[in-house]
Design a protein around this ligand. Structure first.
Ligand SMILES: Cc1ncc(C[n+]2csc(CCOP(=O)(O)OP(=O)(O)O)c2C)c(N)n1
Ligand SMILES: [Mg+2]
Length: 370
């Protein structure tokens, strides 16, 4: 992929995908057993409309999020609370309302999203170094429905979220409320101990390997068959955007180029695999899981593909220095921003303390507000 040429689809959400961006039409949103976190953008505008009324049903008072205009807070096991609500209202309601129109809307939105994702994947499937979207697709298509998946690599996880669908609670163990790095070896050990014999796959970055990778040796010592897919982009989060585009004067975000984490951990007793092309992802996963050992698959990833959130950070940083100081590529990118990216950029600017409305942004780039 050309530098900076990230498709607009890829900018819709923090997690790289196509989450429905606006919940503007809802009168009431009920949040059940779900803690606010960065993956859901802290339940902020534009994903969560601040004018809507909310009901929160949470297992613990600690999980109640005060940042929402909450009409009613209920503390209790979500399952029990829902059961009680159903039992209480059942005698009072007649026939269930016809939901076919709403269900059709949902299926159409889902089909549209899937077709966008397929288009995006088709463009990068055979890229070398491997595009994180192609790696994510290989992983999602391979895994057993009972597998546990752990998100660690900042960049690649943002693509796996689009490809892998959870089938049961606790199947996906993510990077917690703040999107941590390097936690997956410990989490994978716990997952393999918790559900022995089931597939455990951790998608970890080379940065994460530096933070917590040596605990893979612990998994080896306890004979735990966890598979660590290292998305190795020789950097913390890809190096094109911070270095070449937005922060030209910034020091390197690189890690030594092309470290062979597979051979490094073979020395600790792991099964190792090295993958340079996306067609080899699946056979490597097969061999790794069939080995019955702790395994490390070193995947050479495309350092030019950033996590979408990096783009937004870069925009804020560069813009705060003045539009004219931006390198040409960033300048052009900024001027070509679409409606959704405008809204999101405005949101990010506010989070960083700049009160810049979407209208202001339109003015800056010289376009009519939409
Ligand atoms: C413990 C911790 N340290 C730092 C960060 C900030 N951070 C977010 S992503 C990232 C880079 C991660 O690099 P890597 O693990 O290689 O992932 P990738 O290159 O695939 O994005 C960092 C440092 C964090 N989220 N958690
Ligand atoms: Mg990396």
């Amino acid at each position: 992929m050309a530098r900076g040429a990230v498709p607009e689809d890829n900018l819709l959400s923090v997690t790289g995908g196509n989450r429905q961006p606006l919940l503007d039409n809802a009168d009431l949103i009920i949040i059940i057993g779900h803690e606010s976190n960065w993956l859901d953008e802290w339940w902020q505008y534009p994903t969560f409309n601040q004018e809507t009324d909310y009901v929160q049903i949470q297992d613990s008072p600690d999980t109640l999020f005060v940042g929402l205009s909450t009409k009613l807070s209920i503390i209790g096991s979500s399952k029990l609370v829902l059961r009680q609500i159903i039992d209480a209202v059942k005698p009072h309601v007649g026939k269930a309302k016809d939901k076919s129109e709403w269900l059709n809307t949902l299926s159409e939105a889902k089909a549209k999203q899937q077709s966008r994702q397929e288009k995006r994947l088709a463009q990068v499937r055979d890229d070398k170094p491997i595009n994180p979207d192609a790696l994510a697709d290989g992983i999602a298509n391979f895994l057993d429905p009972s597998a546990t998946v752990i998100y660690d690599s900042f960049t690649a996880s943002s693509f796996l979220t689009d490809r892998f669908q959870a089938r049961f609670a606790g199947q996906i163990l993510d990077s917690a409320l703040q999107g941590g790095v390097g936690h997956s070896p410990g989490v994978a050990i716990g997952a393999q101990l918790g559900r022995p014999g089931k597939q455990v796959l951790a998608l970890i970055g080379d940065g994460g390997m530096g933070v917590g990778g040596m605990d893979i040796e612990t998994a080896v010592r306890y004979n735990l068959p966890c598979v660590f897919v290292v998305y190795n982009n020789s950097s913390w989060g890809g190096f094109c955007i911070p270095k070449d585009i937005f922060w030209p004067e910034c020091d390197s975000w690189c890690i030594s180029h092309g470290i062979r984490y597979d051979t490094m951990f073979e020395a600790c007793g792991c099964h190792g695999e090295h993958v340079e092309e996306s067609k080899d992802v699946r056979p490597a996963l097969e061999r790794a899981f069939n080995s019955g050992k702790t395994a490390v698959i070193n995947v050479v990833g495309d350092s030019d593909v950033p996590h979408p959130v990096i783009l937004r950070c870069g925009l804020i940083e560069a813009w705060s220095r003045g539009l004219d100081t931006m390198p040409k590529e960033a300048h052009d990118y900024f001027l070509s921003m679409g409606k959704r990216e405008i809204i999101r950029t405005s949101k990010w600017l506010r989070e960083c303390g700049f009160d810049v409305s979407p209208e202001d942004l339109y003015e800056i780039i010289g376009k009519e507000p939409k």
